[in-house]
Ligand binder design. Structure first.
Ligand SMILES: *[C@@H]1O[C@H](CO)[C@@H](O)[C@H](O)[C@H]1NC(C)=O
Ligand SMILES: *[C@@H]1O[C@H](CO)[C@@H](O)[C@H](O)[C@H]1NC(C)=O
Ligand SMILES: *[C@@H]1O[C@H](CO)[C@@H](O)[C@H](O)[C@H]1NC(C)=O
Ligand SMILES: *[C@@H]1O[C@H](CO)[C@@H](O)[C@H](O)[C@H]1NC(C)=O
Ligand SMILES: *[C@@H]1O[C@H](CO)[C@@H](O)[C@H](O)[C@H]1NC(C)=O
Ligand SMILES: *[C@@H]1O[C@H](CO)[C@@H](O)[C@H](O)[C@H]1NC(C)=O
Ligand SMILES: *[C@@H]1O[C@H](CO)[C@@H](O)[C@H](O)[C@H]1NC(C)=O
Ligand SMILES: *[C@@H]1O[C@H](CO)[C@@H](O)[C@H](O)[C@H]1NC(C)=O
Ligand SMILES: CC(=O)N[C@H]1CO[C@H](CO)[C@@H](O)[C@@H]1O
Length: 460
């Protein structure tokens, strides 16, 4: 077995940071034990049918967990063969007219409109089992998901091809630069995807992950490139800002406070925001508490608004901040659209009690929109960000909602690690324990990152 002890490992203990660099001699050791924080999203469902499907993104503390880091290389190819039973007839046809398609850089091509094509030759882009930095919450094949068809679908926009992803090209683009993902656990999912998409092309001793409170940094030394994730699920300062301990149901945002978060991301070269799930109602009467002023200044005032109005308050404040503080010559800004969940089987003719467990194929009906997917929040975001255009600042929306909505087959369900792998009882209880909100990797967020790649390399 191959050891990862040669990696430079970063270990966070409390808010203090230490970076451990393993001596080269350790490489022969069978496995290394590394203590670090694991930020895990626990999923629980509180409702009856008819109410909003929602996932609790409770992130719990798991300090100094002993994690055995090891490779499981042999299993990969074996599993791939399981996914080969299905092939899309349209695949050959696809290749033929590919040359006539528009260049993906053309504005006229809507990448968001298209279909999933099974392609076991070009997908997946990397191995989840081999990615050194994958998180247990989305490492489905590592935690027992044996059907791997979900890894072999490629997104085919109507009328053009997405550019082929090339990790080296992206790293070149990010040379001496910093890309930061800012948001919730779904955005962390996209960040992990991006790290896995590039890390295989970087030798072991030239990359590192550093944990520092709400910030996790991936560094590619040769390029002096940094790919960060910063936890900030409501974008504004809130009582959910601790990535480890926070209240889930009783949420308070501070309407006029964003500077503390912004100081972490404002100087980045590329920023990818998201914010969606945390504004969804978990109960019919759920409201967002909004605090103005501060206790320190004696002018604190607490308001209560509809969740979606809280979203607008946050985005307007973000927009105002970007308009006055961002160096538009330097920083490119993206906003990843709403990521749909597949919590209600009856939406696509399945069984509610299984959620999305055992789903193995995408929904094929063109234009399918999940009943609980809110497309309007993304339109709202687009409208709010348009206020920046007169200033020459553009926030590009990665419009991934529809393509993701088709992928009922692509969630971790019970094949994931939540502190420890799920128990037998939990596995047997999908209605409580199946995660149909986050995405298995390799998988759907890889396509979101292909959009990002295409923007960074092809479109202004
Ligand atoms: C996103 O793309 C879908 C098609 O997939 C389109 O209907 C929708 O209007 C787009 N939304 C935004 C905000 O661009
Ligand atoms: C893809 O699947 C087809 C049939 O399903 C199989 O013949 C082919 O060998 C597979 N290709 C790869 C690269 O696995
Ligand atoms: C996956 O395959 C392994 C090895 O064949 C088997 O032990 C395990 O039970 C399977 N898991 C599931 C969920 O079917
Ligand atoms: C990826 O890009 C690099 C640098 O431009 C190039 O040398 C390499 O051939 C590309 N790889 C593929 C598979 O196209
Ligand atoms: C390394 O990258 C950072 C951005 O992450 C940049 O500020 C710095 O100037 C770069 N160093 C060199 C030597 O270019
Ligand atoms: C960790 O983050 C804090 C601010 O959040 C910063 O002051 C400190 O320098 C960071 N530590 C390292 C080692 O990057
Ligand atoms: C941004 O670029 C424009 C045109 O090149 C230049 O006029 C302007 O001074 C630059 N702004 C900053 C803040 O560097
Ligand atoms: C899911 O599939 C497995 C293996 O095929 C089967 O044992 C299990 O009963 C199925 N679960 C549900 C809820 O249908
Ligand atoms: C449906 C849709 O989003 N159509 C858009 C495709 O892209 C063109 C050019 O960017 C837009 O004008 C369309 O509205």
């Amino acid at each position: 077995m191959k050891s990862e002890a040669g990696h430079k490992q970063a270990v966070a203990a409390g808010s203090k940071m230490t970076v451990l660099q393993s001596p080269a001699g350790l490489r022969s050791i069978v496995s290394s034990l590394v203590a670090f924080f694991i930020v895990v999203s626990s999923v629980s469902l509180l409702f009856d049918r008819g109410q909003e499907a929602q996932v609790q993104l409770a992130v719990e503390q798991h300090k100094h967990q002993e994690v055995e880091v090891k490779h499981l290389p042999a299993a990969v190819d074996e599993q791939k063969s399981l996914g080969q039973s299905l092939r899309s007839q349209s695949q050959e046809a696809q290749v033929q007219w590919a040359s006539e398609l528009l260049d993906a850089g053309e504005e006229e091509c809507n990448w968001s409109m298209g279909r999933w094509v099974y392609n076991n030759a070009s997908r997946p882009l990397y191995s989840g089992l081999k990615c050194s930095f994958i998180f247990g919450e989305v490492a489905c094949d590592k935690y027992g998901r044996n059907d791997t068809m979900y890894q072999h679908w490629t997104w085919q926009p109507h009328g053009c091809n997405l550019p082929r992803f090339n990790a080296t090209k992206l790293l070149e683009k990010l040379r001496n630069k910093r890309l930061v993902f800012v948001g919730d656990s779904v955005n962390r999912n996209q960040w992990v995807s991006m790290v896995c998409m590039v890390e295989a092309s970087i030798p072991e001793e030239h990359k590192m992950l550093v944990y520092n409170g709400s910030l996790i940094s991936f560094k590619a030394f040769e390029y002096n490139a940094t790919i960060d994730f910063y936890w900030s699920p409501l974008l504004l300062e809130s009582n959910s800002d601790n990535p480890i301990i926070h209240r889930v149901e009783y949420r308070i945002i501070r309407a006029d406070r964003i500077d503390k978060h912004a100081s972490v991301w404002r100087d980045a070269d590329v920023i990818v925001f998201n914010s969606y799930l945390w504004w969804r109602k978990q109960k019919a009467d759920m409201k967002m508490k909004v605090m103005y002023g501060s206790f320190e200044d004696g002018d604190a005032r607490l308001d209560e608004v509809e969740m979606v109005d809280g979203f607008k308050i946050a985005l307007r404040k973000l927009t105002e901040y970007l308009g006055t503080n961002i160096d538009k010559n330097k920083t490119r800004i993206f906003f990843t659209g709403s990521s749909p969940a597949h919590t209600w089987g009856s939406d696509w003719g399945g069984d509610d009690k299984n959620k999305c467990l055992n789903e193995t194929e995408p929904i094929q009906r063109e234009g399918y929109k999940g009943a609980t997917t809110d497309y309007s929040m993304m339109d709202e975001a687009k409208r709010i960000f348009e206020a920046l255009e007169p200033k020459g600042i553009r926030v590009q929306i990665l419009n991934i909602t529809q393509l993701s909505d088709y992928r009922k087959d692509a969630h971790p369900t019970v094949f994931r690690r939540q502190f420890v792998p799920l128990t037998k009882q939990q596995v047997d209880n999908p209605s409580s324990y199946a995660d149909c909100t986050h995405w298995c990797l390799p998988g759907v967020p890889d396509v979101w990152n292909q959009f990002l790649y295409a923007y960074l390399l092809l479109r202004k």
